[in-house]
Structure formats: C-alpha cells, structure tokens
Design a protein around this ligand. Structure first.
Ligand code: GSH
Length: 207
C-alpha cells in the first residue's frame, strides 16, 4: 500500500489521525498542495480528481476519499476500532462523517476558497476551473456557526459523538474545529460542552 497525502490539510489530517490512533504505518509520499503538486501529470495519473489523500492498494486499486480509506483500513487493521462496534454505531459514525464533511468542512472550505489570490479560479478543490463567489463566504460562516451548535447539542449528554469511546466521528469534528482556525473562526464561547470535548479528544489523539 502507498499513501499520497499532505498531512496538514484537513482531509489528509482526518486520515492521519485515524492511522495514528490505530498505529498504522504505510509508505507515504507527500503531495504538497501548497505548491500545487496535486496538478502534476504524474499525480493526475494516480488520482484524476487532483485531491489528497489517495490510498493505493497493493493490487493497484485507488481509494480517493477519506471515508473509503478508513473503511478499508478498519477491515485490514481491526484493532482499536474507530468505526463502531455494532451495526447501529457503524451507521451513526458514517452519518456523522457525512454531516461533518458537508456542513462543517465544506462550510469552512467555502469561506477559505472564495477569497484570496491563492484560490483564484479554484473555488472548488481539484482540477476544475471554478471562479470564486464571495457571497459563499457569508453562507459558509453561517453554516459553520449553526453546525457548532449542532455539535454542542449532541455533546450535552455524552462524552463522544457516538457510543462510549472515540471514533472517526470525533476525529472528523476535531479536525473541523482546527480547520475553522484557518478562517479565523473558533468554537463559540457558549459551546462549553464542545470546548471540553475538544480538549479531551485532543489529548486522547495525542494532539
Ligand atoms: N473527497 C475527498 C476530498 C479531499 C479534498 O478535498 N482534499 C483537499 C485537501 S483537504 C484537496 O486535495 N485539495 C486540492 C485543491 O485544493 O486543489 C476526501 O474525502 O478525501
């Protein structure tokens, strides 16, 4: 197996924390998206979407989404499960993963990508030419703030988003809280449950 990634970017970081917690080590090559290396022909041949991470399996199959890489790795490395231990938990974790990606990570990405020179003509990740739409900055901010409140409400009576222990859902939400800092947003002061969850989960992840 070989992993192509850029660990400080949010989606690669979700996978990094997942592997770190489970103690999985895979041959890794850095694709520096800050230097636009994802657009090199050699990488495009591996992942035509020009996004990171990409996990290439021994038979040459490629997994280009964090959730698919995590599902695969959880099957191959079942110790320290992060995708639930019952059908219900598994379903809830995948549900959170989807929600956090759409309502949280995408909200921050909208704020980040629709301003500034670096993302000009790159309103969406990957190779498609998409002009910036500044109105999306405000929409992203509102969406993120609303989502922080959703997380807060769900953590009011529980220590983790799903079940009794840490899961990919917590990793996704943890990465989201840090990614928000890229657009100068942070966990709101009134989200006290989310604040203490963030501290606890960070320690558990060794971050
Ligand atoms: N569907 C992918 C999304 C991956 C993604 O959007 N990665 C971003 C980094 S966080 C990227 O590669 N961006 C490339 C770009 O900005 O052109 C996943 O779930 O892993």
């Amino acid at each position: 197996m070989k992993l192509y990634t850029f660990e400080i970017a949010p989606n690669p970081r979700r996978l990094k924390l997942f592997m770190q917690y489970k103690g999985i080590a895979i041959e890794t090559e850095t694709i520096n998206i800050g230097e636009k290396e994802q657009f090199a022909e050699s990488y495009k041949a591996i992942n035509p979407s020009c996004t990171v991470p990409t996990l290439v399996l021994d038979d040459g199959s490629t997994l280009i989404d964090v959730i698919s890489a995590c599902l695969y790795l959880e099957s191959v490395y079942p110790d320290k499960p992060l995708l639930g231990s019952s059908p219900l938990e598994q379903a809830q974790i995948v549900g959170w993963d989807h929600k956090i990606f759409v309502e949280g990570l995408t909200a921050v990405a909208e704020m980040l990508r629709n301003r500034g020179e670096f993302f000009q003509g790159r309103g969406l990740p990957g190779g498609a030419e998409v002009e910036q739409i500044p109105a999306l900055i405000e929409r992203g901010q509102k969406r993120l703030q609303a989502f922080f409140q959703v997380l807060e409400a769900n953590l009011a009576e529980r220590d983790y988003l799903v079940g009794d222990g840490i899961s990919l859902a917590d990793i996704d939400a943890f990465v989201l809280c840090d990614f928000a800092g890229w657009v100068k947003e942070s966990i709101p002061e009134d989200c006290t449950q989310l604040q203490s969850w963030y501290q606890r989960v960070g320690k558990e992840l060794g971050e």
